[in-house]
Unconditional design. Structure first.
Length: 306
């Protein structure tokens, strides 16, 4: 199971540490935060204690209104579940009683100036990406016309050279050679680099290129949602199909089905142009348009006139 330390949250969001400073190595394994409202009134069924606990104005104002004895009971009941950390939003103060319990139970108590809803959205977004299940695949990841494409194929088939051609047409590189795929949901796969290969493109007979240095920052994109899987393969005589529209094929990545097509390579073929066409066609299909269906409807309409 993937995890991050509380310290990473502190650094990412510039959080103030109010208590538990020596215990920021505590781990976070869940990708969504939680506001312990029901738990403060004694309802603990389904309490997600493994999540980061966010204390907004509602929670803090409620605790302020309790007498000391009742407040100690309410806070003690929640703290005893030992969540990874507590984060107080909106720069709220008067937290002496929270500091006491967090210090005693060795739980980091953190604070941010940001409003609750905005802050939770940012943390949830960050944790979802950091804790997402991931795999590494051999290939190239590009953003073509705003559409994330994973390009696969045997070593030496020309994936990186194709990526370089697409860069020349104004598209963006995400990762070369090793592509990290992250499963964000049952419908979403994110493609990114592994940090080591960030911004680099390896070209046979030329060497390693830093594409940001060579072509500017617009040539690189840190991550992209994978919408198409394209396999490059060697040319096989008489193996190309001429149907107006293929039955959609899919490739599975961690339980997410991604539309997949195969492009055969042959000297003189404009493979970069074919990939641009595939990206455009995918976009039109998402809008509910099928060129093949449109074409057949025209034929049927003309035949009907005859």
């Amino acid at each position: 199971m993937k995890s991050i330390q509380v310290q990473q949250l502190v650094e990412e969001f510039n959080l103030e540490v109010l208590a538990g400073e020596d215990h920021r190595e505590r781990t976070i394994t869940k990708s969504r935060t939680h506001r312990p409202g029901l738990e403060f009134i004694g309802y603990f069924d389904f309490f997600p204690m493994e999540r980061v606990q966010i204390l907004g104005k509602k929670e803090i104002n409620y605790l302020h209104q309790l007498n000391e004895q009742e407040r100690d009971i309410r806070i003690g009941n929640v703290v005893n579940y030992h969540p990874p950390c507590f984060i107080v939003t909106s720069d709220q103060d008067g937290l002496t009683y929270l500091k006491k319990y967090c210090h005693a139970e060795q739980i980091p108590l953190l604070r941010t100036k940001e409003a609750t809803v905005d802050f939770m959205a940012k943390v949830d977004h960050y944790l979802t990406r950091k804790l997402a299940p991931e795999i590494a695949v051999h290939g190239v990841c590009m953003n073509v016309l705003g559409i994330g494409i994973l390009i696969r194929g045997e070593s030496g088939v020309g994936k990186s050279e194709l990526a370089h051609t697409l860069l020349g047409r104004g598209h963006r590189l995400v990762a070369d050679d090793i592509v990290v795929l992250k499963r964000l949901s049952h419908k979403t796969i994110l493609g990114t680099h592994n940090d080591k290969n960030k911004e680099f493109l390896a070209l046979r007979s030329v060497g390693l290129l830093n594409i940001v240095r060579a072509y500017g920052s617009r040539a690189f994109q840190d991550e992209t949602r994978i919408s198409l899987d394209i396999k490059l393969s060697k040319w096989e005589k008489d193996s190309l199909h001429n149907e107006l529209e293929f039955e959609t094929q899919y490739r599975d990545y961690m339980g997410v089905s991604v539309p997949s097509i195969e492009i055969q390579l042959q000297p003189g073929r404009d493979v970069a142009g074919l990939i641009e066409a595939a990206a455009n066609n995918w976009y039109l299909q998402q809008q509910g348009y099928s060129a093949a269906e449109d074409f057949m409807n025209r034929i049927e309409w003309q035949d009907g006139d005859d």
